[in-house]
Design a protein around this ligand. Structure first.
Ligand code: IFM
Length: 473
């Protein structure tokens, strides 16, 4: 009998959804971090400049048909050249923090050996510019852009990649640790492992079936190896965490088949990551999810993976409605029933976010403080060009609802310390190319013109109101 989970097994009636909800009168705790987030491959471009070597995403997106629009991450938002403009936008937005990732192949082109000074300088300048404007940098070390040279040796299927990652993490801590206190090892290892090595939807495009579990384990191991290295190089004031993408899971019906599928999907999507990181063990139903898996787990690995964290990063977007089927873990994800935002499959269902947070607290005693490291909505319907601010009211409503839910969770005593909206800019949305837009700022990918959307103004005003309420207190 599996008891621990963050899943909602029961079939539910449509979730009541208050359209009147507003966060304008909610005061988050003093010192709460409000930010926005991006990742290197999705915004930087300049993939062949200043010594950067190819990543798995350069290789993958060059294969016809892998990215729906035929694009790659070059130039994306050309942030490598336009970063001063983007830092100015962050400043205008009024965020207290900015989460960005380091492109491993820019700073250590082959994933081994000495750093590339030109690549490191780029991030060093960015960090300085943020600090000058009073914006705290939060660095993610791995957001999916593995050096191709490491993939040529097996990528995350090869245990050695985990050791290479810990070495890279230590080198970056040496270079930026005098100014950066907040470090995230991995972004969404679930996506790296399953989309990259099980379903093949993402780079490197492998379809290894249950063999993908080796990638899962080596990603988690890389995190476990990097944590003590970061602590040793950064000292006691460092804040070190990992970011997991977690979903509320709802069974599509009361049938035993759908209930069991929801449980397996929850293991595959959530618990294969939360259980090792927070408890030092894989879930008991792992055999059902990866029955033919290799066994890459060695003595001592799980102790490393469960090293205490300063925070757990959570990326939350949309709940999953799950039925028995032919997909991974014997489960299929159906379209969410209520409040679809558009045809991208996102649901504006903030209550499921609150349920997820509460279940985490219930299932994992000693849970570290939580930071929402991504939350936002992707829209296919936004235009490629614009003459003025786009009225993205669906995004504003989504953000409002999720922030309200967060405030309620904090009021209930859940230790949540930060929130990062995904994303500052429309960007390269992986296999969707630039066809799906997540930004608070519209990017015209032909001219690279940036135009803040209505959601930018809304978030800016919300942040101003938070500051004013604290100033008055
Ligand atoms: O764009 C991605 C990001 O890279 C990781 N989290 C989910 C986002 C939206 O799909």
């Amino acid at each position: 009998m599996i008891t621990a989970s963050v899943v909602i097994y029961a079939r539910r009636d449509p979730i009541p959804h208050s359209r009147e909800s507003t966060v304008s009168n909610v005061v988050f705790p003093a010192g709460f971090t409000f930010g926005t987030a991006t990742s290197a491959y999705q915004i930087e471009g300049a993939v062949a400049e200043d010594g950067r070597a190819p990543s798995i995403w350069d290789t993958f997106s060059a294969i016809p048909g892998k990215v729906a629009t035929g694009e790659s991450g070059d130039p994306a938002c050309d942030h490598y050249h336009r970063w001063p403009e983007d830092v100015a936008l962050l400043s205008e937005l009024g965020v207290s923090a900015y989460r960005f990732s380091i492109a491993w192949p820019r700073v250590q082109p082959t994933g081994d050996g000495a750093l590339n000074p030109a690549g490191v300088d780029f991030y060093s300048r960015l960090v300085d510019a943020l600090l000058e404007r009073g914006i705290t940098p939060w660095v993610t070390l791995y957001h999916w852009d593995l050096p191709q040279a490491l993939q040529d040796k097996g990528g995350w299927i090869n245990r050695d990649t985990a050791y290479r990652f810990a070495e890279y993490a230590g080198l970056m801590a040496e270079r930026l640790g005098d100014r950066v206190r907040h470090w995230i090892t991995l972004n969404e290892p679930f996506v790296s492992a399953t989309a990259g090595y099980q379903t093949g939807r993402h780079a490197p495009g492998e379809r290894l079936g249950d063999g993908a579990f080796a990638a899962t384990h080596h990603l988690l191991l890389s995190h476990g190896l990097a944590v003590p290295v970061l602590r040793e190089r950064l000292g006691s004031s460092a804040q070190v965490g990992i970011t997991l993408d977690l979903s509320g899971v709802v069974a599509a019906s009361d049938s035993t088949a759908d209930q069991e599928a929801a449980r397996r999907y929850d293991a595959w999507k959530n618990r294969i990551y939360t259980d090792p990181v927070l408890r030092g063990e894989y879930p008991k139903d792992l055999d059902e999810v990866f029955p033919q898996r290799p066994d890459p787990v060695r003595d001592g690995d799980l102790e490393l993976i469960a090293a205490p964290l300063d925070f757990l990063g959570i990326n939350y977007y949309t709940p999953k409605l799950v039925a028995a089927g032919d997909g991974p873990a014997g489960a299929d994800v159906l379209p969410w029933r209520d409040h679809p935002v558009d045809d991208m499959g996102f649901a504006d269902a903030p209550e499921t976010f609150g349920e997820l947070l509460r279940r985490l607290v219930a299932d994992y005693p000693g849970l570290p403080p939580l930071v929402i490291t991504e939350n936002g909505v992707g829209l296919r319907s936004e235009p490629a060009t614009t003459d003025g601010p786009i009225a993205d009211t669906a995004r504003v409503r989504y953000l409002e609802g999720h922030l309200r839910t967060l405030a309620d969770a904090i009021a209930d005593g859940i230790d949540i310390q930060g929130y990062f909206c995904w994303s500052l800019l429309d960007n390269f949305e992986w296999a969707h190319g630039t066809a799906v837009r997540f930004g608070l700022v519209h990017v015209d990918f032909t001219t690279q013109r940036r135009t803040p959307k209505a959601s930018f103004a809304w978030y800016r005003d919300f942040l101003r109101a938070q500051r004013a309420q604290h100033a008055d207190a």
